[in-house]
Design a protein around this ligand. Structure first.
Ligand SMILES: O=P(O)(O)OC[C@H]1O[C@](O)(CO)[C@@H](O)[C@@H]1O
Length: 256
């Protein structure tokens, strides 16, 4: 697992093991009962714990700089398995307006192990706008732009999937509009060991673009180098995460 810092995983307990010089909390466990409202079948049965999250991990030597920059690195463990006919996934949310920059903020994902699909839609209103499902393998990066509703899907289906993500420190999640539509505009479904997407009829008819993760030259990100290492090489590189208002031209018409 190429993460850029010394971190191991205890899959039995869904916990991270932090190596020398690395800080991080115990994981917060997200349970099936927490996410029911966003599933295609809210009464479905499945594993009690769906995924585990450790917000704010990193190297001790970077701690002060990360706080000063208002930047936060999160690490996630998604179980393998299914929730009824859906793969293991997060419920979906929109990033709330952060006080520090007075706007919603983006998130930069990097898959560490397994395969993922980052689903995103422009709006959480009846018309969801442009909808994308971005497939990413270990080592690949995916950016979710500010204000978009998004969720993370374990595309490895039976195997666990792990990833890290840069986000703003004063993050907040909004669920109201997504839950009012019983979830995101396209439900991922496991069919013949593959993930297919089925439209959620609570939204207006629209199309889903399924694509592979791409390079992000507009943000000077490099493929094949962990995003944590890229931050270490240039502490300013992820300023688009904490000050997205300075990158309006890039977000306009952004294609993930
Ligand atoms: O609340 P949800 O939508 O299930 O997902 C929450 C998780 O998504 C992430 O933002 C990663 O996409 C985590 O940081 C967070 O714990």
């Amino acid at each position: 697992m190429k993460t850029g810092f010394n971190i191991q995983v205890d899959l039995d307990n869904l916990e991270f093991i932090y190596g020398d010089g690395v800080f991080g909390p115990k994981t917060e466990k997200r349970k099936l009962n927490d996410i029911r409202e966003s599933l295609s079948d809210p009464n479905v049965s499945g594993p009690e714990i769906i995924y585990a999250v450790a917000m704010d991990v990193g190297k001790e030597e970077n701690r002060e700089d990360l706080i000063n920059r208002n930047l936060l690195y999160g690490a996630m463990i998604f179980q393998g398995g299914t929730i009824g006919d859906e793969p293991i996934r997060s419920q979906g949310h929109v990033h709330a307006i952060s006080k520090s920059c007075n706007c919603s903020t983006p998130e930069v994902y990097e898959i560490w192990s397994g395969e993922a699909c980052i689903y995103m839609q422009e709006y959480a209103t009846d018309n969801p706008g442009r909808c994308f499902a971005v497939h990413a393998q270990a080592g690949q990066i995916v950016i979710v732009p500010p204000g978009w509703a998004h969720c993370t899907i374990n595309d490895s289906i039976d195997e666990p999937m792990l990833f890290g993500a840069w986000c703003i420190r004063d993050y907040g999640f909004e669920y109201k509009d997504i839950r009012a539509h019983n979830g995101i505009a396209f439900y991922p479904k496991v069919r013949n060991e593959k993930i297919l997407f089925e439209q959620n009829s609570k939204y207006t008819d629209t199309i889903l673009e399924i694509k592979e993760a791409r390079d992000y030259p507009e943000f000077k990100l490099k493929q094949g180098i962990p995003i944590y290492t890229q931050y270490e090489k240039n502490h300013n590189l992820f300023s688009f995460v904490t000050q997205p208002q300075l990158f309006r031209d890039i977000w306009k018409g952004f294609c993930p």
